[in-house]
Design a binder for this molecule. Sequence first.
Ligand SMILES: Nc1ncnc2c1ncn2[C@@H]1O[C@H](COP(=O)(O)OP(=O)(O)OP(=O)(O)O)[C@@H](O)[C@H]1O
Ligand SMILES: [Mg+2]
Length: 395
Amino acid sequence: MQHFSILKSLLRVALAHDSDPLRHQIERLATAMSDAGDERDAAALVKMLNNRERSASLAPSRIRRSAVSLGERMTSSVRVPVDKDSAAPLATVYMPEVLDARLPLFPASLQENIDALVREWAKSDELLNAGLNPSQSLLIYGAPGTGKTTVAMWLAQQLQLPVVVARLDGLISSFLGNTARNLGSLFDFANRYECVLVLDEFDAIAKLRDDPNEVGEIKRVVNALLQNMDGREGKGITIGLTNHEMLLDPAIWRRFEVQLAVPLPGLEQRIVIADRLLDDGLAAEAKLIAWLCDGASGAEVQTMAMKYRKRRLLRDDPESAPIETALQVAQSTSIRVESDRRRQIQLDEAPLTVELATADGLFSHAELAQLFKCSTKTIQRRLSDSIGEGPSDGK
Ligand SMILES: Nc1ncnc2c1ncn2[C@@H]1O[C@H](COP(=O)(O)OP(=O)(O)OP(=O)(O)O)[C@@H](O)[C@H]1O
Ligand SMILES: [Mg+2]
């Protein structure tokens, strides 16, 4: 269907204010499209509705705020505390209405843990009646670009609370002596209001330990952090984010009730991440980008997909094959491409076809033909020639 991607975006925006009549009309559209033979786009609409239903069922209908947060209601004109010397703000505040995070794609086990956490918050009344408290502190750790900040924002969005994002590297940076005072101001601010406190780049504190001149000061900073975290209990939800969880002081680590490890995305997830950024009908290209990005983070897959799109759009030779563009992008970016992939992308067309055809059944012959811009016969010939040649000894 022409302009389907625009229609889909439009519907996604409309679904942010979900309503039964809207759902009904989208279902009607999906049925009509399916009847007209447009099965794939119809399925995309149904999937969008199901996703929305799922996140709506997870979203807390009413959090018993008295249990989770006792603070004042924040407005967008709130004054954020600043460093007294540099006047630099200690945090950035995001009001719930501007939050627009999309939950990253995670493996089922992590997804279940996130769902369980949201359920705790959504049903905090039931927990409290049973004498239990919903979790109030969460540490999210994993490699750069794996979606940690995004999931923290998404969680805050589910709670419909403002987010106070403190960048600890900013709090600490130039005036180490003021750090303990800054931490105090930051936590006082967060404790005063109903909000989610996000401590981004949490490892900055740990990194200070590497500086032998600052041993006494570091201890003071870590102690201040511990005290502030203890003082926050019962005042609101705190989410810590770090790339270097191994550097965290064990005492800090223990302060968090829940710890979530965010892994690098697997192949299936990388395909969806790339697919979301490419135009409709480019499923083979999305798979190729996902295959090339073996070992890369979700953010890197996004970067690769965007670069691919731009190169493809502005290519000099309209006849060039998608694989040529993708390989150029892979060769010219700093994105982590595993050494095996680095070797494979140097291969000539025929051996590369063989590598792709044997990549866990990822590509059909038709998709390979699309990528190499040739006929399926050519693909089959390359494959049968390679069988005739026998196994390569890599020389
Ligand atoms: N598994 C994933 N699924 C979908 N999108 C992802 C995934 N991982 C990362 N992304 C996307 O990559 C971008 C960067 O993510 P984000 O900033 O949350 O990463 P981060 O882990 O906080 O990185 P850093 O450690 O550098 O701060 C976001 O647009 C996010 O949606
Ligand atoms: Mg981040």
